[in-house]
Design a protein around this ligand. Structure first.
Ligand code: PRP
Ligand code: URA
Length: 223
């Protein structure tokens, strides 16, 4: 059964040729963990750059070796939070940190119960409050958006922080229509940035065609 995405305007698919090329390598069952991690990082950079293009900049004048120049920079008043979902989001966050080194990294530990497919939270180091909620931009990173259970659990962590919902982005490598709809039903203003929307989930909750278990493939824990 094909599931249609509910809010297509809240979904950005980053289908740059370099993203497509690396995604093909990720999907390939022959790809070993080191290459898998490298391809993930490469795609993550593109996705993170795309997701962060609405961060405001402020004009100022600096002195080049030649003359004064009008430039734009991200003001210090802007707070950036990068929230990787463990485990597989860790690889993603390395790329995000290189692009925006001043980001605060807050890890969220979640895994899916294999029987129920419900998320189980085992770690959360998000603060209880943030100082400049209105000026905070948050990026939740997880390679796979499948049933959406993990995404919803991660988004719940942000609920009491008063960060405007439209400043919160969910970044994934591969998304299933079921997961996109689940996120947008509960959080209609959260934008999802992804490299690809796959066909569907299989009865075990895996994305089809997908790439298998992202955490196991990245960290070589497939047995
Ligand atoms: C994977 C993936 C997501 C989750 C997505 O994690 O990295 O966090 O599944 O599935 P959902 O949308 O149905 O919730 P997993 O539970 O395999 O944990 P791991 O990264 O520790 O392997
Ligand atoms: N988690 C994964 O790692 N892969 C899937 O296809 C679904 C959930």
């Amino acid at each position: 059964m094909t599931v249609k995405v509910l809010l297509p305007e809240k979904l950005t698919i980053c289908d740059h040729p370099i993203v497509k090329h690396n995604l093909a390598l990720l999907r390939d069952v022959q790809t070993r963990p080191e290459l898998f991690r490298n391809c993930t990082k490469r795609i993550a950079e593109f996705l993170f750059i795309k997701a962060s293009e609405d961060i405001p900049t402020k004009q100022k004048v600096i002195q080049t070796p030649m003359m004064p120049a009008n430039v734009e920079t991200i003001p210090e008043s802007i707070e950036i939070i990068v929230a990787p979902i463990l485990r597989a989001g860790l690889v993603f966050s390395e790329a995000a940190c290189e692009v925006l080194p001043s980001a605060r990294i807050h890890h969220i530990g979640l895994f899916r119960d294999e029987e129920t497919l419900k998320p189980v939270t085992y770690y959360n180091n998000m603060p209880d409050q943030v100082d400049k909620a209105e000026d905070t931009y948050a990026y939740i990173l997880d390679p796979m958006l499948a049933t959406g259970g993990s995404a919803i659990a991660a988004l719940k962590v942000f609920e009491n922080l008063e960060i405007p919902e439209h400043n919160i982005k969910f970044i994934s490598l591969i998304s299933a229509p079921e997961g996109i709809n689940k996120v947008h039903t509960k959080y209609p203003n959260v934008k999802i940035i992804t490299a690809c929307v796959d066909e569907r989930l299989n009865p075990d909750g895996y994305i089809i065609p997908g790439l298998g278990d992202a955490g196991d493939r990245a960290f070589n824990t497939e047995y």
